[in-house]
Write a protein that binds this ligand. Structure first.
Ligand code: ADP
Ligand code: MG
Length: 277
């Protein structure tokens, strides 16, 4: 336990060192207003957030507080009404190819095997076939899908389907991975396994991760910091630093004092928010 973090930190610092970091994410004074019928909805207001390259940040907050909107801004699928979003130091002006996205539903194509669902990412981007196949094979091993490459989605459990979706999202080696309640539909035990696996994937790929989750435990078990948001219009109430190293094994992590401190803080912040003002 005492040695955790040293090697991973060294690798990540080395990977992130020098020059503009492709995986950094920044939101500066961001407000998003939607025009819905006659009235306007302010989804997010005054959002300032910086995530360093290779960082893991979780976002929690009540339904409708703008969590999905925040991820869409980073992906360039939405433009802020005010403020600026930057990816790798560069202003986001439209859909960004250098991100991976995982949603609550795996959204796999029924008629394609696991491997061919993963390779869809390469086909859509016109990437060279051989390197894509090699990368798919690496990711399949990394996520414990060996032996299921040729299975169709209906032959896979929910957890395995989400692993396939994760591999697909990572195929093109995106510097940033956006996850929107990716494990929300899984049973508790599978979810814990997926958390441990996501942690390994994060450490092994050095990808910056932004994870939206409803689970306080999941947020604190995985992230380096947890952004707690207020009810709509979403603002950042507080960013809680989770004082745990990068190596997380769910069952062990949840027993650690730093985990308990962080979850208690996040719960208090969410409780205070829902109590209203
Ligand atoms: P969350 O993911 O935290 O549940 P969302 O980001 O999906 O919240 O939505 C934030 C708020 O913005 C909600 O009130 C939602 O109804 C509204 N909203 C989201 N997208 C749109 C849209 N395209 N048009 C109008 N209102 C929207
Ligand atoms: Mg959402």
């Amino acid at each position: 336990m005492g040695a955790e973090g040293t090697t991973e930190d060294a690798v990540r610092n080395h990977a992130a060192g020098g020059g503009p970091a492709p995986g950094s994410v920044a939101l500066d004074g961001v407000t998003v207003r939607f025009r819905a019928r006659r009235h306007e909805v302010t989804a997010l207001t005054g959002i300032g957030l910086e995530v360093g390259a290779g960082g893991f940040t979780a976002i929690v907050g009540p339904s409708g507080c703008g969590k999905s909107t925040l991820l869409k801004l980073v992906a360039g699928l939405l433009s802020p009404t005010e403020g600026e979003v930057r990816l790798g130091g560069e202003r986001v002006r439209g859909p960004r190819p250098d991100i991976g996205y995982v949603f609550q539903r795996a959204a796999l194509l029924d008629w394609r095997t696991a491997r061919r669902n993963i390779l869809l990412q390469a086909e859509m981007r016109g990437l060279p076939k051989e390197p894509a196949r090699r990368r798919a094979a690496e990711l399949i091993t990394m996520t414990g899908l060996d032996g299921f490459e040729d299975a169709y989605p209906h032959e896979l459990s929910g957890g395995m389907q989400q692993r396939v979706a994760l591999c697909r999202a990572l195929l093109h080696r995106p510097p940033v991975l956006l996850m929107d309640e990716p494990f929300g539909a899984l049973d508790a035990l599978t979810r814990e396994q997926m958390n441990t696996e996501l942690n390994r994937v994060w450490r092994e790929t050095g990808t910056t991760v932004l994870l939206v989750t409803h689970s306080i435990a999941e947020a604190c078990a995985l992230a380096e910091r947890v952004v707690v948001m207020s009810p709509r219009p979403g603002r950042i109430t507080e960013t809680v630093e989770v004082g745990l190293g990068p190596l997380r094994v769910y069952a062990e992590t949840v027993e650690r004092p730093a985990f308990r401190t962080a979850t208690a803080r996040v719960r208090a912040l969410l409780g205070a928010a829902s109590a209203g003002d």
